[in-house]
Design a protein around this ligand. Structure first.
Ligand code: BES
Ligand code: MN
Ligand code: ZN
Length: 495
């Protein structure tokens, strides 16, 4: 059910939980002061006793408070108002909503703070609450006998009704993020290239988008020798999925979103150790993010043409696995010497990128859980970006900033390309020990035919190892918001 929005006297709202933001200044004015009065000075008392401090994301639940209609009150800290930005506010909102989403059939009323600093507009705050109201209720518990998180029966945003569109936009983003998270969190025996493609087809049909699912025979016809080599060791047949959204004019430029969709990465014959393999169901996060993003872009009816490309394979070990020393021929004719079967993501993307280029694109962004080296370089929370076109990369990075997502650019000097040289083929699929995130990026660059392209290595942030109060462990849906923000900003045809 969509969120309701209306201005309302806080103490008179009927809900299981009334969520109210408090800053660390312990000064109550406006609606907060009214609430303090209706509750007989409760807020002031809590601050005086240091039971509440307003520290960012601190939660102070009050059961059966006097003087208000809501059954329970939850104070959530937002820290210092003058340094409150989108990311911090989201941390507070997510902590509060995740906390109350652990019980069945809960109704919540979230009071939008009256005082916000220029760092955070009321529109952005409303959007954040919309997104959080969806993301907070979905967990990793897909196959648990007893669920651990529940959808709210009702969400009431207490705010100016002018903010309804922003809140609704937030909900659309939250639903898309949940689709992406669900696909990533599903175990690899359930989520295969085939079942992923089937889901993509259903989702597209629901939105009236055209969806082309290519099976193995078709991929042979399309000469995707590099992608097919990765898939050949698995009993699960590969798929490439292409979804078109045409929100722009007929001749307007097209944005291609390309995702790595390795539904399980065992490493192949260059097999991963158990610890490294344990979370490799997440290796289709790029494809899941691209699918989630295009659903949000379509629901928001953004005036732009976007095509999503998903390369779906399983990287397994068997008598038919591709081998070290194999020389593959990619769709664009480039021959590749396989020196490590665990560097499979780039082999999948190579063919999907050149397919996208051949089909006609003006701007490309690819997303992939591509290298452990990127996680070593930037840590678990920052996306690595690489590009052949600085202006386009700047546009993506502006969108990321707007969306509150962290990415950092890595250099693409020519010297890195030399590391991919092979004695027996046009190139090899690994670049050696050093600069692994970048040599992977340099490999992909060979398949975009000079089109403006940004590669996002999401290996670190796509999948979180543990639960935190403000976010569930497992899939995060990172970069989905950035992609939607990017599409909302529009693109120009390259010069
Ligand atoms: N899917 C992995 C990268 C990865 C690592 C994703 C950690 C998420 C978390 C990728 O296919 C891979 O195995 N890359 C190799 C490349 C190497 C063989 C050149 C790696 O990073 O070790
Ligand atoms: Mn791998
Ligand atoms: Zn992989």
């Amino acid at each position: 059910m969509p969120l309701e929005i209306s201005s309302h006297v806080w103490s008179e709202i009927d809900a299981d939980w009334l969520i109210v933001c408090v800053s660390d200044s312990s000064e109550f004015s406006g609606a907060l002061s009214d609430l303090n009065q209706s509750t007989g000075g409760l807020l002031k008392r809590l601050f005086d006793q240091k039971d509440a401090t307003g520290k960012l994301a601190e939660l102070v639940p009050v059961h059966a408070p006097n003087g208000i209609k809501a059954k329970r009150l939850l104070l959530v800290g937002i820290g210092a108002v003058d340094s409150l930005d989108r990311v911090k506010f989201e941390k507070a909102a997510m902590s509060a909503l995740r906390n109350v989403a652990t019980k069945k059939e809960v109704s919540v009323a979230f009071a939008l703070p009256e005082q916000l600093d220029p760092n955070l507009s009321a529109n952005t705050a409303a959007e954040v609450i919309g997104t959080a109201s969806r993301v907070a209720t979905a967990g990793q518990d897909l196959l648990k006998s007893e669920a651990t998180r529940f959808e709210f029966v009702r969400v009431h945003l207490i705010a100016n009704p002018d903010l309804a569109d922003a809140a609704r936009r937030g909900e659309v983003l939250g639903e898309a993020i949940n689709l992406t998270r669900e696909l990533i969190n599903l175990p690899p025996q359930h989520l295969t290239p085939e079942s992923f493609a089937e889901r993509a087809r259903e989702v597209s049909a629901g939105l009236g988008l055209s969806c082309d699912v290519m099976d193995r025979d078709r991929l042979v016809v399309e000469r995707m020798g590099s992608l097919l080599a990765v898939a050949q060791g698995s009993v699960e047949p590969p798929r490439v999925v292409v979804i078109d959204y045409k929100g722009g004019a007929a001749g307007a430029p097209t944005l291609a979103l390309v995702g790595k969709g390795v539904t399980f990465d065992s490493g192949g014959l260059s097999i991963k150790p158990t610890d490294g393999m344990l979370t490799m169901k997440c290796d289709m996060a790029g494809a899941a993010t691209v699918l989630g993003a295009i659903t949000a872009i379509a629901k928001l009816k953004l005036p732009i043409n976007v095509t999503a490309y998903m390369g779906l394979v399983e990287n397994m070990i068997s008598g038919s696995s591709y081998k070290l020393g194999d020389i593959l021929k990619a769709r664009n004719g480039v021959t590749i010497e396989v020196q490590n079967t665990d560097a499979e993501g780039r082999l999948v993307l190579a063919d999907v990128l050149s397919y996208a280029v051949d089909r006609g694109v003006d701007r490309i962004v690819d997303l992939a859980t591509l290298t452990g080296a990127c996680v070593v370089a930037l840590g678990e929370e920052v996306v690595g970006s690489m590009t052949n076109n600085q202006a386009w990369c700047d546009q993506v990075s502006t969108a990321a900033k707007q969306a509150g997502e962290l990415m950092w650019q890595l250099p693409m000097f020519d010297l890195y390309t030399d590391l991919l040289k092979s004695d027996v083929a046009d190139c090899r699929n690994i670049g050696g020990r050093w600069g692994g995130a970048i040599t992977a990026g340099k490999f992909l660059e060979k398949f975009v035919s000079g089109k403006p392209w940004v590669h996002l290595d999401i290996a670190g942030p796509a999948f979180a190892s543990s639960n935190k109060p403000h976010r569930e462990g497992g899939a995060t849906g990172v970069m989905l918001r950035t992609l939607v923000e990017l599409a909302a900003g529009g693109i120009e045809a390259p010069a």
